[in-house]
Design a protein around this ligand. Structure first.
Ligand SMILES: [Fe+2]
Length: 372
């Protein structure tokens, strides 16, 4: 089951599942460059912009790419991940530091990578951003020396262990699932230390577990911590007791994060099953180095991802050599409509639209369901 057995030095990825790789021809690549490179980027993700990107992407993406993205959206037989090769990319000079109010377009001539990122999201669902992750619909993941120890896309001096993005939010603030259904990551600039993004298909991991372990993971015997930035914005510190695993073994929904102290198992058996899942996830994982020309879509319902600790390099101007762009995707943005928007598709959970009284009422309803 271990996909890392045929490890190839200097390759951009360890052996991935063939059916999950989409390689563009040079002709397809140039058509996408020409079409998407010419569209004006709207960092707020306005209606007209998303519609224009969709129209253009349906015109310039090859049919097999459209089919794969549509399948992800339908969710009946979803891929665990899709890996894109030979995407068009542009020359960049530097990388943006959001703390200085910089944007990606300060360092390159066209919004090609932003538009590709949004297009991959818009054909597989509804792309969006959470304001803690960046002020634009497309987030810039760039190493930052003052955040190097953080478990975020800007950290690099700590390993960001396997996790489902916003795992706790599957339980939801106010009973709504505000976690992404998928993440799209596109390479913009490449660090010579080749930091690896690891991916693990939850279905392969579950196949290694005993029925007893799976049964335990299906019990509401776990509490999952809400990410720090959501907590600071007023969200609860952790979920009530929830299962890690729901859905079927073939089409599961997993909520877990293996970086320190994120999951509290309420008894020994639960802790044992949690440890077994962790081992199984490691055993089935593969990796990609998200460099310019490549991208990956991770199915956040069933696929865990991680990023190795790495040595970040900075150019003579002090700009990070690693730069990945990301967008979150959901089938519907309705659950996020409870938050104020900073722009059409950038949501701010620190500003819920409903009143404090309503919020308390909803939370106590939640507790009376016996979950707490
Ligand atoms: Fe993540």
């Amino acid at each position: 089951m271990n996909n890392t057995e045929n490890y190839e030095e200097n390759a951009l990825h360890s052996p991935l599942k063939r059916e999950n790789i989409i390689t563009l021809t040079n002709e397809e690549k140039e058509l996408i460059r020409e079409t998407l490179g010419a569209i004006h980027y709207d960092p707020e993700g306005g209606k007209e912009y998303i519609m224009e990107i969709r129209r253009a992407a349906y015109m310039c993406f090859p049919e097999r790419l459209i089919t794969a993205l549509e399948e992800q959206k339908a969710g009946l037989h979803p891929h665990s991940y899709l890996y894109f090769e030979n995407l068009p990319y542009e020359d960049v000079e530097g990388s943006p530091e959001e703390s200085k109010g910089e944007t990606g377009l300060d360092y390159k001539c066209t919004p090609l990578s932003e538009n590709i990122t949004v297009a991959l999201g818009a054909l597989s669902g509804e792309p969006y951003s959470i304001i803690f992750e960046g002020k634009e619909i497309v987030n810039n993941l760039v190493p930052s020396s003052h955040m190097k120890q953080t478990y975020t896309g800007n950290g690099y001096d700590v390993e960001l262990s396997f996790h489902i993005e916003n795992a706790a939010q599957k339980d939801g603030n106010l009973d709504k699932d505000t976690s992404p259904g998928a993440l799209v990551l596109v390479g913009v600039r490449h660090d010579e230390s080749c930091p690896k993004t690891r991916i693990a298909d939850g279905r392969d991991a579950l196949a290694l577990l005993s029925d007893e372990d799976k049964e335990t993971l299906r019990k509401a015997d776990f509490r999952i911590k809400v990410p720090m930035r959501w907590r600071a914005a007023g969200a609860r510190e952790m979920t009530d007791r929830v299962p890690i695993l729901t859905g079927t073994d073939e089409n599961p929904d997993i909520r877990v994060a293996f970086y320190p102290d994120m999951v509290l198992s309420v008894n020994e058996r639960a802790q044992e099953a949690f440890e077994h899942l962790k081992q199984a996830v490691d055993a089935v994982s593969c990796w990609v180095d998200i460099a310019p020309g490549t991208g990956v879509m991770v199915n956040n319902r069933m696929t865990l991802h991680s990023r190795d600790r790495f040595e970040a390099h900075f150019d003579a101007q002090g700009k990070a050599e690693r730069w990945i762009q990301r967008v979150f995707v959901k089938n519907s943005l309705q659950a996020l409509a409870q938050f104020e928007q900073s722009g059409e598709r950038v949501f701010d959970p620190s500003h819920p639209k409903i009143s404090y009284a309503e919020r308390i009422a909803q939370e106590s309803r939640h507790e009376s369901y016996g979950i707490g």
